[in-house]
Design a protein around this ligand. Structure first.
Ligand SMILES: Nc1ncnc2c1ncn2[C@@H]1O[C@H](COP(=O)(O)OP(=O)(O)OP(=O)(O)O)[C@@H](O)[C@H]1O
Ligand SMILES: [Mg+2]
Length: 245
């Protein structure tokens, strides 16, 4: 569904991504992992068109979208939920959701999708008249994913959906992402919660300093010693020692 070929991108003259190759097949969930500042959000922005490419190409369902504007990519079904979990605080939950459909013309389909979002996230239906500024962190996360769904994605890119949420809420969000994938939306998810992401996804990419340093089936990555050392944390004794240094 998505093919990223030798992508270089960054900000002004500053190059962050240095030759990224990536493939997201139709159906299922792919995760993009890596430490802070390694270029994960930059890669999502390059794919969704929020920043231009310096080199390379992005293909979506065989179409070269490298020079398309973000809203054109959205109309093709490539939708990103950005890392800043921004809902319009002075608007209601439902108004925020409807905004997600701004690139669409099909009123009936939009209405049906609103119903679908409420089925995925019943709490959003309960709170549809509530101002978004008064939602909990977990509810805002559900709202921004729901808003992404309102754009009728074929592929949904999520940037750290578990960030700053309690473990129980993370589990709920991930279960929902799994349900969304099962409903036929391909998912590319950026995560810091490496263990959970590798349990959720079928395939993973690990990025460091703007290059893909490792990739593979999620099951293989989760048991890989290098991944364990770098991302899955050492023993309590190791952590304790590091804390006291
Ligand atoms: N608008 C910007 N202008 C200049 N540099 C930027 C901009 N946005 C990000 N950067 C830099 O690009 C690098 C990669 O940032 P990016 O946001 O892609 O990291 P990330 O992997 O998503 O990290 P995190 O997990 O903390 O979100 C960082 O060094 C960051 O400071
Ligand atoms: Mg980021």
């Amino acid at each position: 569904m998505l093919e990223v070929k030798d992508v270089h991108a960054g900000y002004g003259n500053l190059k962050i991504l240095r030759g990224i190759n990536m493939n997201v097949p139709t159906g299922g969930i792919v995760t993009l992992l890596g430490g802070n500042g390694t270029g994960k959000s930059t890669l999502l922005k390059a794919i969704s068109g929020l920043i231009p490419l310096m080199q390379g190409d992005v293909f979506f369902n065989g179409v070269n979208i490298s020079n398309m504007k973000p809203h054109q990519r959205m109309r093709l079904g490539l939708v990103q939920v950005t890392q800043a979990k921004e809902a319009y605080p002075a608007m209601t939950v439902e108004e925020n959701l409807v905004l997600g459909a701004y690139t669409r013309r099909d009123r009936e389909g939009t209405k049906a999708d609103l119903e679908k979002v409420y089925e995925f996230f019943p709490v959003l239906r309960e709170r549809r008249k509530q101002l978004s500024g008064t939602l909990s962190g977990g509810e805002v996360q559900m709202l921004v994913i729901g808003r992404g769904l309102m754009a009728a994605p074929k592929m949904l890119m999520l940037d750290e959906p578990s960030a700053a949420l309690a473990p129980k809420v993370v589990l709920e969000i991930f279960a929902n992402i799994n349900r969304i994938a099962k409903s036929g939306v391909t998912i590319l998810v950026v995560e810091q919660n490496v263990r959970m992401a590798l349990i959720l996804a079928q395939y993973g990419y690990i990025i460091r300093d703007g290059v893909i340093m490792m990739q593979g089936e999620a099951d293989n990555l989760i048991s890989d010693p290098a991944v364990k050392d770098s991302f899955l944390g050492g023993s309590v004794a190791d952590t304790s020692k590091a804390l006291r240094n």
